[in-house]
Design a protein around this ligand. Structure first.
Ligand SMILES: *Cc1c(COP(=O)(O)O)cnc(C)c1O
Length: 397
């Protein structure tokens, strides 16, 4: 809820709907665990919102991604194309499945996975093999593409899906940051074979922790449900033919999710309003630009992020420190995942300049649904002043 102690957080949960009432209902009725009507309702709400026939709840977005990869048939030893500029979770999920990430750089304009770089990789480094596409350098099967809709802005998913179809690959969308966003008018999460959402505390909606897989395919949905519920082949005799996972979301958390879903439109609207205010302010600040929306995109503006591109601007870490001193929380973009020591065995042999530049130059700003106009004015004033100090310093020296 709104912080009134002066500190301005980056992005905090907002719970002003039926959360209490639905959670109380769970406690009053005793339906608190991994089965219950709120789980079904929550799954349906997210599926409907994304125009999909099926929704499968999971304990978090990361487990949803893991189960989704398995459900579309990614096998140990496969390779999966993934955004290099991302929070690490989807890359870890690829490894949980025993597969290997192939990092694809971001494009300069909207910071999303670059379909052109993916095309070049598939056409120049791969060839048709035994059961699909094979990467020449490793001899491994290339099974899927996992695009991340970074910061809520949709990747060019139409081109990604087309590329995947042409090469016989599956598409698992990491839409964890993009609930409520649209691509060419269609909900984000409605394009790939499956899409995953997260309801972690910093996302646009939260259940404290949670995830949902959506898909239009009945057998993929059944497979995801089977794998997330311990792979029960006979639920009475407890017979299991495969290794399953306990990835179910509890009814209590799903109850919070049902209440949050009722307010999605309102929260997206508020995020857009915050973004418009920042955009207008930074349009006149030298060396500061916001994340531009692509012609195909209607972003939920989940995490408002600026780029400090020109020589006049303060580098992002310097600005972060200056703002921290004024009790304003900001955050740089993630270390590009191809540089992560945890994934060094799969480091690409080609340069990835865009995600590395964005990591240096970008900074995410406070943009909670609860952000007050006064708080936002303070953030804008502090950034403008910091940038101007830097501009004047450059002029003098
Ligand atoms: C938040 C997030 C996830 C993981 O979600 P959890 O619910 O925290 O497991 C995955 N991918 C991206 C890009 C995210 O931002």
């Amino acid at each position: 809820m709104p912080s009134d102690n002066g500190f301005i957080p980056l992005c905090e949960p907002f719970l002003d709907g039926n959360e209490w009432a639905y959670v109380k209902d769970c406690l009053d009725t005793g339906w608190i665990s991994s089965v219950g009507s709120y789980v079904d309702r929550f799954e349906r709400a997210v599926a409907e919102r994304t125009g999909r026939a099926h929704g499968i709840a999971a304990v978090n977005g990361t487990s949803a991604l893991h189960a989704a990869l398995l459900a579309v048939g990614v096998k140990p030893g496969d390779e999966v194309l993934v955004s290099s500029l991302t929070f690490i979770a989807p890359v870890n999920a690829i490894r949980y499945a025993g597969a290997h990430p192939v990092f694809i750089d971001a494009e300069e304009a909207h910071w999303q996975i670059d379909p052109e770089a993916a095309r070049v990789f598939l056409e120049e480094q791969c060839e048709p093999g035994g059961e699909g596409l094979r990467r020449r350098a490793t001899g491994r099967r290339v099974a899927a593409i996992l695009p991340v809709h970074v910061l809520g802005h949709p990747a060019d998913i139409g081109r990604i899906v087309e590329l995947a179809r042409r090469h016989g690959l599956r598409v698992v969308e990491d839409a964890t940051e993009a609930l409520g966003s649209r691509y060419r008018g269609e909900p984000v999460g409605s394009h790939g074979d499956v899409a995953c959402f997260s309801f972690n505390g910093n996302k646009i909606l939260t259940t404290g922790g949670g995830g949902v897989i959506v898909t239009g395919d009945q057998s993929t949905a059944a497979r995801a449900r089977y794998l997330t519920t311990q792979a029960k082949d006979d639920p009475v005799e407890y017979i299991h033919h495969e290794i399953g996972y306990n990835y179910r979301l509890t009814n209590v958390l799903a109850a919070i999710g049902c209440a949050q879903m009722e307010n999605l439109d309102r929260y997206v609207e508020r995020k857009k309003e915050i973004a418009r205010t920042y955009d207008a302010a930074f349009a006149v600040a030298p060396g500061v630009s916001g994340q531009l929306e692509a012609p195909w995109a209607e972003s939920n503006r989940w995490l408002y992020t600026i780029r400090l591109g020109s020589a006049a601007a303060r580098p992002s870490r310097e600005l972060m420190a200056a703002l921290r001193a004024r009790e304003i929380q900001t955050r740089p973009l993630w270390q590009p995942s191809h540089l992560s020591r945890a994934h060094q065995q799969d480091r690409p042999g080609w340069p990835m300049p865009v995600s590395e530049t964005l990591n240096r130059e970008c900074l995410s700003l406070p943009c909670s649904v609860s952000l007050s106009p006064g708080q936002q004015a303070k953030v804008i004033a502090e950034i403008t002043a910091a940038v101007e100090r830097r501009v004047n310093f450059k002029k003098e020296s």
